[in-house]
Design a binder for this molecule. Structure first.
Ligand code: GLY
Length: 370
């Protein structure tokens, strides 16, 4: 097992390894204490892993209860959150107890927000089971639900007491769900770690890699490196006032692609498209090394991710206006210059619209030429 220390305002540890769910109860007890542990999980993950975690929590002396909601981003919304809060109240959890969010990004975001709100905040343990949640959303304390106007528009910063990532859970993802987590892995490599990018080019993180000889330990190493990158970025800027915004590379356009497609295309795929479009715009403006784009596209494709979109500039711009990275008439964008070299730049909304247009022109011109 690997342990990664996260020096947040309330420091915590990320435990990473195999067969960790069986030991989860003791890890939660050490980090959070309490008498009752409420599991929040979804209808996909609950049947697979909730019984294992419940058993382990009971062995560690907890009384347990489990709230299961219908899986899917479309359920990461206020009524599900209120149901979860009512569930915690009905089971009489008090301020000393703990919420355990067991699942992917949706569960971690919503379970985390339930923990942040219930009795003005109780302890939270994150148990990510998807690749995306392991490398990104379970670390850093962001919690949220979606509103009709946009993704993650209501939320709180609420640090977990512990993160327990059992790499064995990756084996029950579909290849598409696995690929979806790779968008954030590639993003981390671009913004912070050219050596990791080169390693991923040699051995792309795929479901086949996971299932092949040595695949689990290779994925454990990749997840660990990604947690360290995320830890290092958020350590300097827990509440996203500055440097943490680097983690939004590809996300302004990515969230627009997600919203335009009514959340049918996974987050990682949308971020992949967003990163490619940002690279195209930066290259068109002379701000990015041209050889960056083909490397980025090749790696994303090798991971099984999308690199292009059919949405128009009007469609993308309309959806992007609801992005929470917008501040009045401006929006903060992450501009890639090269591997390991990205900047945060404030753009006017008109400038942002022009940038999307430039990126789509570049993408479509290339398609016409083919
Ligand atoms: N997923 C971006 C962040 O945690 O800031």
């Amino acid at each position: 097992m690997r342990i990664i220390d996260v020096p947040a305002s309330t420091p915590y540890q990320v435990h990473l390894g195999t067969r960790l769910l069986e030991q989860a109860g003791q890890l939660v007890r050490t980090a959070a204490g309490g008498t009752k542990a409420a599991l929040i999980t979804d209808s996909n993950v609950g049947p697979l892993y909730a019984p294992i975690v419940e058993r382990s929590l009971k062995e560690a002396g907890y009384e347990t209860c489990t709230f299961t909601f219908a899986a899917g981003e479309e359920h990461k919304r206020a009524d599900t959150l209120v149901d979860a809060l009512e569930f915690l109240a009905a089971h009489e959890l008090d301020r000393g107890d703990v919420v355990v969010a067991l699942g992917g990004g949706v569960t971690g975001d919503m379970g985390g927000l339930a923990a942040a709100l219930y009795m003005r905040g109780i302890a939270l343990a994150q148990m990510p089971t998807s690749l995306l949640a392991m490398v990104d959303s379970s670390v850093g304390g962001k919690t949220a639900i979606d509103l009709a106007s946009g993704k993650n528009l209501a939320g709180a910063f609420w640090q977990p007491r512990v993160v327990i990532a059992d790499i064995g859970c990756l084996g029950t993802l579909t290849p598409e769900q696995f690929a979806d987590g790779c968008g954030e892995i590639v993003k981390h490599a671009v913004i912070r770690d050219p050596a990791l990018f080169a390693e991923l080019e040699l051995t792309p993180p795929t479901y086949e890699l996971l299932c092949g000889p040595g695949g689990v330990s290779r994925m454990e190493a990749i997840v660990a490196r990604n947690v360290e990158i995320k830890r290092d970025v958020v350590a300097g800027d827990e509440r996203e006032a500055g440097g943490r915004k680097l983690l939004n590379f590809g996300h302004s356009i990515g969230h627009a692609v997600e919203a335009c497609g009514q959340y049918r295309l996974g987050h990682g795929n949308c971020v992949a498209v967003g990163m490619c479009l940002m690279a195209r715009a930066a290259i068109a403006q002379g701000a990015c090394a041209p050889e960056f784009l083909p490397r980025l596209e090749r790696l994303l494709s090798a991971c099984g991710l999308a690199t292009r979109t059919d949405f128009t500039v009007d469609e993308l711009y309309r959806c992007a206006l609801h992005d929470k990275k917008r501040a009045g008439a401006t929006i903060d964008l992450v501009i890639p210059h090269d591997l390991g070299s990205c900047d945060i730049e404030r753009a006017s909304l008109d400038g942002f619209r022009a940038l999307i247009a430039q990126a789509l022109d570049s993408q479509n011109a290339e398609e016409d030429a083919c």
